[in-house]
Design a protein around this ligand. Structure first.
Ligand SMILES: *[C@@H]1O[C@H](CO)[C@@H](O)[C@H](O)[C@H]1NC(C)=O
Ligand SMILES: *[C@@H]1O[C@H](CO)[C@@H](O)[C@H](O)[C@H]1NC(C)=O
Ligand SMILES: *[C@@H]1O[C@H](CO)[C@@H](O)[C@H](O)[C@H]1NC(C)=O
Ligand SMILES: *[C@@H]1O[C@H](CO)[C@@H](O)[C@H](O)[C@H]1NC(C)=O
Ligand SMILES: *[C@@H]1O[C@H](CO)[C@@H](O)[C@H](O)[C@H]1NC(C)=O
Ligand SMILES: *[C@@H]1O[C@H](CO)[C@@H](O)[C@H](O)[C@H]1NC(C)=O
Length: 508
């Protein structure tokens, strides 16, 4: 058992707090949690006391980009450290190892920017005042009790992958326990299970499962902590088209409640909290210390890649590309129903499936499901590369599929769930393709396709997942030297690209 990093954030200012404060009048302010500067904000001696209770693990926030700024006699100003930070800025590990840096830069209020001149200001902005690097459930209990006593806002952060900024705070309780045969006392599940600490990352969980001949529904990204917002918000992963959402896999959780108590939640113990924590959203109902999930016998997995690039010399390639996208979308239900998970990207210059993955399905079966798309590409005269391959187990396929980590803090990200019915009649499909084309002409338009139609309905996930064919994901760039442009790009995403573009009927 390795306890690595578990943490919570004892904190005050995050986006939610800032929004609340903006809209609540001064008189109503006593209902709000305290923020630094409020007259009744706890004194240094209170923080010192909390620090003792949590074994000296209380960290006063220093924004990650502090070394880049020389204002206010900043002793941490360090040009070399700043250069190193700039070089590593877009790597998730840079942020997930830091106690307070969010991966979603836009939620910092641009208050300490690593790419601006040394003389530009660096302040906390929306970052929490303090972080607790909690390594035991006792730390979590102490933290909750203290913030409750002083009416301070508490934010739970695991790796900080939340694209809505809800975790704007480093978390790690990384431990594993294999349960050969899980006994849930009411016989709803009879099979192997894995109990994991809240700080276990997706790839770590898959690696542990693999060592025991098993696999679990894990995140596509390797360093997303599974027990956090991922599973608590539903959780779509590579194996979801076979086994359902990550939330469906959970058999029990240990949680520190808002009252500061450590409880077990399961279908028979604190069932309401157990229900809420399976899909109701991260950072809301309590601080998860561990979770126990179903595990499945490991088996072979197939991967397919498709690359279609527009021919710059042909006059109608863009039309041809989107015609092929239409055929591909039409073929998606058959693909996901066969247990395939796909990530695709469409833009006027090309169309990629990168990749399609299916456990327990051979390449020949995957090829057959891609045949309608390949036929369309042939008849449209588009050149493409298609390949498929089989790997002996989930982990081998995963390693073959994923770049070690995706860049973070580069884009404002948004998305919506697209229902299957939109590809099932010609008019809706045409409108959907028009919308995808319109968005693709302005920014990267991608989708993650899956089928969780048969997933459980006794969990708190958004039921819309059940009719979803793909999660549409789009983004606009963050410009570190032009914050107004970043804000404009955010608004474009929110008000232009995410609503169904005019003239199309993409449903809701
Ligand atoms: C908490 O205590 C540790 C150990 O004494 C110390 O290094 C750290 O600076 C303290 N944290 C704060 C916020 O004072
Ligand atoms: C949190 O605690 C762990 C275990 O003691 C330690 O390895 C890690 O460096 C700490 N993290 C921070 C940000 O202080
Ligand atoms: C801080 O940086 C500014 C450039 O942005 C420079 O003019 C100033 O001399 C620097 N001050 C110190 C103390 O290094
Ligand atoms: C956020 O940024 C704006 C614009 O720079 C500033 O007016 C505001 O005070 C900042 N808010 C916080 C909480 O730092
Ligand atoms: C486009 O035409 C030029 C000139 O004929 C040729 O060199 C180039 O390879 C063509 N590009 C493609 C993508 O076919
Ligand atoms: C960011 O904005 C600056 C100033 O407007 C501009 O010069 C620069 O090209 C922009 N960067 C990107 C990547 O768009």
């Amino acid at each position: 058992m390795t306890v690595r990093r578990l943490a919570i954030l004892g904190s005050c200012i995050i986006l939610a707090a800032a929004i609340a404060i903006r809209y609540i009048s001064r008189e109503a302010k006593s209902y709000c949690r305290l923020i630094p500067g409020d007259p009744t904000w706890p004194s240094k001696s209170h923080w010192d006391e909390l620090n003792q209770t949590v074994g000296g693990n209380l960290i006063a926030t220093t924004p990650i980009a502090t070394p880049c700024h020389n204002s206010s006699s900043n002793a941490l100003f360090d040009q070399e450290a700043c250069e190193a930070l700039r070089d590593a800025w877009f790597s998730p590990t840079t942020h997930l190892r830091h106690p307070s840096s969010p991966m979603t830069y836009q939620f910092t209020n641009n208050s300490c920017n690593p790419f601006t001149s040394p003389g530009s200001p660096c302040s906390l902005g929306y970052l929490p005042a303090y972080t607790i690097n909690a390594t035991t459930s006792a730390h979590l209990k102490a933290a909750v009790q203290v913030v409750k006593h002083h009416n301070i806002r508490l934010v739970t952060r695991n790796t900080g992958h939340d694209y809505l900024g809800k975790s704007t705070g480093a978390h790690a309780l990384a431990s594993f326990e294999l349960i050969d045969r899980y006994d849930d006392h009411d016989n709803t599940y009879d099979g192997p299970a894995i109990k994991m600490g809240a700080g276990v990352e997706g790839l770590e969980a898959s690696t542990f499962a693999h060592a025991h001949g098993l696999m679990v529904v894990a995140s596509n990204g390797p360093n997303v902590d599974l027990a956090g917002g991922f599973t608590q918000g539903g959780g779509i992963g590579i194996l979801s088209s076979r086994f359902g959402l990550a939330a469906d896999q959970v058999l029990a959780r240990e949680v520190v409640t808002a009252a500061g108590e450590l409880v077990t939640t399961s279908p028979t113990s604190n069932a309401d909290l157990f229900w809420a924590l399976r899909g109701g959203g991260g950072g809301t109902y309590g601080i998860v210390v561990s979770m126990t999930v179903k595990a499945y016998p490991d088996t072979f997995i197939s991967l397919a890649y498709l690359t279609v690039l527009a021919d710059a010399n042909a006059s109608n390639t863009e039309d041809a590309i989107y015609a092929a996208v239409g055929t591909f979308l039409q073929s998606l239900p058959a693909l996901v129903d066969a247990g395939v998970w796909l990530v695709w990207v469409a833009h006027p210059g090309g169309f990629l499936v990168t990749p399609a993955m299916a456990s327990d399905l051979h390449p020949a079966e995957l090829d057959a499901l891609f045949q309608p798309t390949l036929d369309a590409l042939d008849s449209l005269g588009l050149r493409y590369e298609y390949s498929s391959a089989e790997y002996p187990d989930f982990l081998a396929g995963y390693h073959a599929s994923t770049t070690a980590s995706w860049p973070v803090a580069k884009a404002n990200i948004g998305g919506r769930l697209i229902p299957r019915e939109l590809v099932q009649d010609a008019d809706s499909l045409a409108a959907l393709v028009t919308a995808i084309r319109l968005i693709g002409s302005q920014t990267v338009m991608s989708g993650a396709a899956f089928n969780v139609a048969g997933a459980r309905d006794d969990v708190a996930v958004n039921p819309y997942f059940h009719k979803t064919l793909f999660s549409a994901v789009m983004s606009t760039p963050i410009n570190y030297t032009d914050w107004a442009a970043t804000k404009a790009a955010q608004d474009k995403l929110t008000y232009e690209l995410l609503p169904a573009p005019a003239g199309t009927h993409t449903g809701r």
